[in-house]
Design a protein around this ligand. Structure first.
Ligand code: SF4
Length: 353
C-alpha cells in the first residue's frame, strides 16, 4: 500500500492505533537513557506496520509503550478513538483484551508449570470471557485454529517444539478477539523453515480475524514479507518510513541503505546508486551524538549534520525521511536512484503522522 493509504482498488482503512511524539527516558544512577525520542506511527485497521532497526534502536520499547506496559515520558497514544494517556489503570487493563502481544521467546514466555489449557485460557478467565467447560472448548478451538490439536490441551509447554510453543503464544494472543497484536521479534528465535510457517499463520489469522499488527523484527526479509508499511528506527528515532516493498527496493536514508546493503537479497544492482559503507557502532542512547544521531557513522555526513538534527520530511507520496540530504534548502541529494519530484511538498513533519 502507499503510506497509510489504501491498497489499489480499496478504500482507505480507518486508523486503529496512533502514537504521536512518543518519548521514553529511563533514569539510571548516572545517566538518562533516551530510549525513544519523538516516535510517531499509525496503524490502519487490518494492516501491518513493521519496525526495524539494530539492537538498541528502541523498537521493543515502542512496543511496550504502545500497549502501556511502560508509561511514556511524554507523547500521545490513541487506540480506536480512545486516548490511552487518559484512561485509568482499570480501564487500561480492560482494553488489553483488545491489544495483545506475542513475545520473542516462545518457551520462555509460557509458564512451565501451566498446562496449555491454563496458559491459553488465562486471558479468557482474567477478562471474564469464559470459564469451566466453555473455557476448555474455546481453548481447543483456538489450538485447532493455530494448527495444534485437542490432544495438546492438557500438555505442558516443555512438551512442545519452539514453533509449536509460539503457536500456543499466538493462540493465547488471539483468545480474547483482539484488534491489535504487537509481535515483538515473534519469529526471531525460530529456525528459518519454522519461521515461514509461523509468519504464514500470522498472515492467515490477520485475514480471518481482521487483525492489525505492529510487527517488530531486525530481520529485513521477515519485515518485508509481513509489513504493509515500514518504519526504520535508529537510536530511538524514526529515520525513514514508507511502503514496505518500495522502501526495501529503494531505501533513501543512509542508515536504511546500510541495513539493506547488509542483506544480500536486497543489495543494489551493480551500478545502481552509491553503496553506503557504515562506520563504527551505534552510540549509546544515554549519550547520543548532537545533530543527526547517525552522523558519526554516516558516509554522507556534512558539517550541518553535526549540529542540526534533521526532521522527517515527506519526499514522495509514500515516503518520509529525516536526513539533510533531502532538505531542499541545502545541498541537493547525492544519492538519488529514483528522481525526486521537481518541487517537494512543503509538508515538513516534525513528527511522522
Ligand atoms: Fe547522514 Fe547527515 Fe543524513 Fe544524518 S542528516 S543521515 S549524517 S547525511
Amino acid at each position: 500500500m502507499t503510506e497509510s493509504g489504501p491498497r489499489p482498488g480499496e478504500a482507505e482503512p480507518p486508523v486503529l492505533f496512533e502514537a504521536r511524539d512518543l518519548v521514553k527516558r529511563f533514569r539510571t544512577r548516572r545517566h538518562v537513557v533516551q530510549a525513544v525520542n519523538g516516535v510517531s506511527l499509525r496503524i490502519p485497521r487490518g494492516r501491518t506496520v513493521g519496525l526495524v532497526g539494530e539492537s538498541g534502536s528502541g523498537k521493543s520499547t515502542v512496543a511496550r509503550l504502545a500497549l502501556r506496559l511502560l508509561d511514556p515520558t511524554s507523547g500521545e497514544l490513541n487506540f480506536d478513538g480512545i486516548d490511552l494517556m487518559r484512561v485509568s489503570r482499570a480501564e487500561m487493563r480492560a482494553l488489553r483484551r483488545r491489544m495483545q502481544i506475542v513475545f520473542q521467546d516462545p518457551l520462555g514466555s509460557l509458564n512451565p508449570r501451566m498446562r496449555v489449557v491454563n496458559a491459553v485460557g488465562e486471558p479468557l478467565a482474567v477478562h471474564g470471557l469464559a470459564k469451566g467447560r466453555a473455557l476448555v472448548d474455546r481453548v481447543v478451538e483456538l489450538l485447532e485454529r493455530v494448527g495444534l490439536s485437542s490432544a495438546d490441551v492438557y500438555k505442558f509447554s516443555h512438551q512442545f517444539s519452539g514453533g509449536q510453543a509460539q503457536r500456543i503464544g499466538i493462540a493465547r494472543a488471539v483468545a480474547t478477539d483482539p484488534d491489535l497484536i504487537v509481535c515483538d521479534e515473534a519469529v526471531s528465535a525460530l529456525d528459518v523453515s519454522v519461521q515461514a510457517q509461523v509468519l504464514n499463520l500470522l498472515k492467515r489469522l490477520q485475514a480471518e480475524l481482521g487483525l492489525s499488527y505492529l510487527f517488530i523484527a531486525h530481520d529485513l526479509n521477515v519485515v518485508r514479507y509481513m509489513a504493509d508499511e515500514v518504519c526504520v528506527m535508529y537510536l530511538g528515532q524514526v529515520v525513514e518510513r514508507g511502503d514496505g516493498d518500495a522502501l526495501f527496493r529503494d531505501p533513501r536514508h543512509p542508515y536504511t541503505r546500510m541495513l539493506v546493503a547488509a542483506v544480500p537479497e536486497f543489495a543494489p544492482a551493480e551500478g545502481k546508486g552509491r553503496r553506503s559503507v557504515p562506520r563504527g557502532e551505534p552510540a549509546s542512547p544515554s549519550d547520543p551524538p548532537p545533530g543527526c544521531r547517525f552522523h558519526p557513522r554516516c558516509p554522507e555526513a556534512m558539517r550541518r549534520c553535526e549540529q542540526e538534527a534533521p526532521v522527517l520530511r515527506r519526499i514522495a507520496a509514500d515516503r518520509v525521511v529525516a536526513c539533510h540530504l533531502f532538505d531542499p534548502a541545502d545541498a541537493p541529494p547525492v544519492y538519488s536512484p529514483v528522481p525526486l519530484p521537481d518541487s517537494l511538498p512543503d509538508s515538513t513533519e516534525a513528527s511522522a503522522t
